[in-house]
Write a protein that binds this ligand. Structure first.
Ligand code: PLP
Ligand code: KYN
Length: 429
């Protein structure tokens, strides 16, 4: 990819961008009347303009039908999630019956571990990435304790080699083989939240299956960001949140994937009536009979307003086309990488070290920068100029231009400000 370090080049790229008009479908936060530079889709995606309309529509049905809204009307709420599964399936590389939306992410991690963490005899350990998002660490730790194991013994973490920032697939495979007699489950992120590294999910899944372990992924940072093929890779289960790259409201509804090969097995699960066979759910019979597919893992009544926000956003995805979004994302993040290298050149040293892999296959929108010094000061100065990425302790700035609402100009504005702030802070000697 050829890039040029000028505002004119960024503007030209925006003009040629076929997804450019999608920015108009989002509400971009403003400061003193001017749109800010928002580069934080890795934490909370922005609000699509149609979200309010989708939610209002459900408020109208509620007003009009009351409880009958579940069964009657234009879109009975009992089946409201079905269209969401249809919209989600291509984004996750799944069959619609293998996905559903429910609860929040950490809750789903727990529910899926109830089903897919099946410790037996000496095979009771879980392999995970070192430095996983804390909620995943706490969930896994509490699950192994709940089953009566000692977390220090039952959880095996894989860390990058000394002096390296990201994990090598060969080291993950080596760990899997080393512990092949002990591993019951491999539970990895699809993308590490801190480094932005995409893991080789296909290879990890195969290696896990080869040693008789089940394999699941937390796709919080991957869903709606990078392409995945959960069905073809034969991943056993996965879950994700919808509030990052899928722009479906703060704390918005999460999603799960269960591979169809598990549908017939009588897996243990924490059941609730919303997972009961849909056509007999209101018979109120004794004895749980799950609905076929991922829906059988649902527990509680659908939160329709959250689902409405999710549907609104997925409709925008459908219109834009995920493959088009990914193609733009690779260019946008490539431009960001190029400009950060230019900043380093202008500063005469690698002041900002990009720890996210260089290969586009191994990263999504996000780049993570380790600041040589004064990282927090630099981050705060960016925020003061209404340039929003996020800061992760101890020394990383994460920046994520996303294809639906970010522009090449946003990326240019970030790099421009980064250089200006760094030059001001740099001791003159
Ligand atoms: C990898 C990962 N796991 C878990 C969470 C927490 O999810 P939730 O608070 O929705 O349960 C996040 C983000 O908040 C995350 O990035
Ligand atoms: N749910 C949140 C609520 C408040 C602030 C941040 C979050 C995030 O999602 C953080 C994100 N998971 C991260 O990768 O840091």
């Amino acid at each position: 990819m050829q890039f040029t370090n000028t505002l004119a080049f960024a503007q030209q790229q925006d003009q040629e961008d076929e997804l450019q008009h999608f920015r108009n479908e989002f509400l971009i936060p403003k400061h003193e009347g001017k749109e800010i530079t928002y580069l934080c889709g890795n934490s909370l995606g922005l609000q699509p303009k149609n979200t309010r309309q989708f939610i209002n529509e459900q408020l109208d049905y509620w007003e009009k039908y009351g409880v009958e809204g579940w069964f009657d009307g234009e879109q009975p709420w009992l089946a409201y999630h079905h269209e969401i599964s249809d919209l989600l399936a291509p984004i996750l590389g799944a069959k619609p019956i293998e996905v559903t939306c429910m609860n929040n992410l950490t809750i789903n991690l727990h529910l899926l571990m109830v089903s897919f963490y099946q410790p037996k005899g000496k095979k009771y350990k879980i392999l995970m990435e070192g430095g996983a998002f804390p909620s995943d660490q706490y969930a896994i730790e509490s699950q192994v304790k709940f089953r009566g194991y000692n977390a220090d013994d039952a959880i095996i973490e894989v860390f990058p080699r000394a002096g390296e920032e990201t994990l090598r697939t060969e080291d993950i495979l080596e760990k899997i083989n080393k512990h092949k007699k002990e591993l019951a489950l491999i539970l990895f992120g699809g993308i590490n939240y801190y480094t932005g590294q995409v893991f080789d999910m296909k290879t990890i899944t195969k290696a896990g299956h080869d040693i008789g372990a089940l394999v699941g992924f937390d796709l919080a940072h991957a869903a709606g960001n990078v392409p995945v093929q959960l069905h073809n890779w034969e991943v056993d289960f996965a879950c994700w949140c919808s509030y990052k790259y899928m722009n479906s409201s703060p704390g918005g509804i999460s999603g799960i994937f269960v591979h169809e090969k598990h549908f017939e097995a009588d897996l243990p699960r924490f059941a609730g009536w919303w997972g009961y066979q849909l056509d007999k759910r209101f018979k109120m019979d004794k004895g749980f009979v799950p609905e076929k597919g991922a829906e059988g893992w649902q527990v509680s009544t659908s939160p329709i307003l959250m689902m409405a926000a999710h549907k609104a956003s997925l409709k925008v995805f459908e219109k834009a086309g995920f493959a088009n979004m990914r193609a733009k994302s690779i260019r946008l993040t490539g431009f960001l990488e190029f400009l950060i290298q230019q900043v380093n050149e202008a500063l005469g040293e690698e002041f900002f070290k990009i720890i996210t892999p260089k290969n586009p296959e191994e990263r999504g929108c996000q780049l993570s920068l380790i600041c040589k010094q004064d990282g927090k000061l630099i981050f705060d100065a960016l925020v003061k100029q209404q340039i929003i990425g996020d800061w992760r302790e101890p020394n990383v700035i994460r920046v994520s231009p996303v294809p639906l609402y970010n522009t090449f100009k946003d990326v240019f504005a970030f790099a421009d400000a980064l250089l200006e702030i760094s030059l001001k802070l740099k001791p003159t000697n």
